[in-house]
Design a protein around this ligand. Structure first.
Ligand SMILES: NC(=O)c1ccc[n+]([C@@H]2O[C@H](COP(=O)([O-])OP(=O)(O)OC[C@H]3O[C@@H](n4cnc5c(N)ncnc54)[C@H](OP(=O)(O)O)[C@@H]3O)[C@@H](O)[C@H]2O)c1
Length: 241
């Protein structure tokens, strides 16, 4: 059995991924987000606000005795308020950093500690973004937290190498532009707060946005073909399904 712990399974990419994985009856998914929208015999939901750091210790990484592979997919994420620095509230900065980065670091720490002596295959997959490597105006919190997440993944990879751990694959996935609630939010912002807003309106109108179900199939392909993806960073633009 393969056990996946996935954050943000209530909608968008996380829901599509959990749904895709649940097509295989040897997969079990624990979903974590504030709301739940999946009903399946191999799924349980942990209702949690991951922007509150004190909540992270409530995530219980208990698995079945027959589990052969265990994975953590850190997918929950928000843009936060899209505005220039100097006009943001302190609270939105704190909340966005807590969800997009602090929760990921705490969950990775807890997962690595818990499965230290686990003999099967382990995987951490962090859902990153192109915005983690190139700046976008109005997105300071999103860009910086995604950049931190990319670096966190690189450091875990390095530490696994130093420890001689070979049964543990770590990835940052850049999904490209995907037709989810997050994109809806981007298109509502004024040009003063986000100069590229028209470009994102055009993505939707021109049908350029990716279907979350296709993105989920690509992520599942990476999971099932890890030997073909030796690098830490994977851009789904280069994955064909
Ligand atoms: N869409 C894109 O174009 C795109 C591009 C690059 C990267 N990404 C990344 O892909 C990931 C998924 O995004 P998406 O596009 O699927 O967005 P989405 O449709 O808005 O879904 C976001 C998910 O995060 C969860 N979430 C939000 N706040 C949370 C909180 N406080 N605690 C726990 N969970 C929370 C939501 O669940 P609840 O509201 O139920 O808590 C939801 O399931 C994100 O990390 C995003 O940065 C998206």
């Amino acid at each position: 059995m393969n056990h996946y712990f996935i954050t943000g399974t209530s909608r968008g990419i996380g829901k599509a991924l959990a749904t895709e994985l649940l097509k295989d009856e040897t997969n079990f998914v624990t979903g974590i987000s504030r709301t739940s929208s999946i009903e399946h015999s191999n799924y349980i939901h942990v209702p949690l606000d991951l922007s509150i750091p004190g909540n992270i210790e409530k995530v219980d990484f208990t698995i079945f005795a027959k589990t052969k592979n265990v994975s953590l997919v850190n997918n929950s994420g928000v843009l936060g308020d899209i505005k220039y620095l100097g006009t943001l509230s302190d609270q939105t900065i704190i909340d966005t950093i807590n969800l997009n980065f602090t929760s990921v670091a705490l969950l990775c720490n807890s997962f690595i500690k818990k499965f230290h002596g686990f003999d099967g295959e382990k995987m951490i997959m962090n859902i990153g973004s192109g915005a983690g490597t190139s700046p976008v105006d109005g997105w300071s919190n999103y860009c910086t937290t995604k950049a931190a997440l990319h670096m966190l993944t690189d450091v875990i990879t390095l530490e696994n190498k130093k420890k001689g751990v070979s049964n543990f694959k770590v990835y940052t996935i850049s999904p490209g532009v995907v037709d989810t609630n997050m994109q809806d939010e981007m298109r509502k912002v004024s040009k003063e707060n986000f100069s590229r807003v028209q470009e994102f309106i055009d993505f939707k109108e021109q049908g350029i946005l990716n279907d979350p179900n296709v993105i989920a199939r690509k992520i599942n392909y990476v999971i099932n073909n890890k030997n073909s993806f030796p690098d830490v960073s994977v851009s789904l633009k280069n994955v064909e399904v």
